[in-house]
Design a protein around this ligand. Sequence first.
Ligand SMILES: Nc1nc2c(ncn2[C@@H]2O[C@H](COP(=O)(O)OP(=O)(O)O)[C@@H](O)[C@H]2O)c(=O)[nH]1
Ligand SMILES: [Mg+2]
Length: 197
Amino acid sequence: MSFYQKAYFLLSVADVKQLPPDEGIEVAIVGRSNAGKSSVLNRLTQSRGLARVSKTPGRTQHINLFALDDKRRIADLPGYGFAKVPLAQKEKWKKLIDTYVSTRKCLRALILIMDIRHPMREADVQLLEYCDYYNLPVHVVLNKTDKLSKGMVAKTMHEVKAALTGYSNSVSFQSFSALKGLGTKELLSILDKWYEL
Ligand SMILES: Nc1nc2c(ncn2[C@@H]2O[C@H](COP(=O)(O)OP(=O)(O)O)[C@@H](O)[C@H]2O)c(=O)[nH]1
Ligand SMILES: [Mg+2]
């Protein structure tokens, strides 16, 4: 059994005040609703239902925490940028994410999931700039490559690479398919580094 298969659900919080003590190492998964955050998490931990994969976007309004061991955690942050929710709700989510990113000391880095068919949307760029400001490493995962031709994947990777230059924090990226499991090894090696494994 791999280290990541040991992941188990810890708790779900609507406020950063409810988080467990700010110790150890946390890595957060962020991204627009429906980009595939839960699917990527399930793929990494080789579990089908660890993070609920929703067909209705915008439903996860909490920070869901998963523990890998007594020191390491994964945080599944609420999805942003979903059009069909009221502005007040969006503001609430933005505040939750902003507060978490700016105050959580054990936050080591972020995995930013994008749908490769819709990369670098406004909310993604905002988040990248935010992480640059707080000097937090970001690894961009361009998910759902199975939905595009090889040529289109290569073209988008090229465009994203260009768009990711100019940040002063550590920013890396890769292609992924949670459906097919493509890119899992590469992503796990990034996590190993962040978790000091
Ligand atoms: N084809 C394809 N579909 C995916 C992939 N990853 C996620 N999905 C689908 O995209 C939808 C949203 O996924 P989910 O993990 O719930 O996204 P989240 O809102 O970011 O947590 C679901 O219907 C998933 O089955 C992928 O790599 N390929
Ligand atoms: Mg989800």
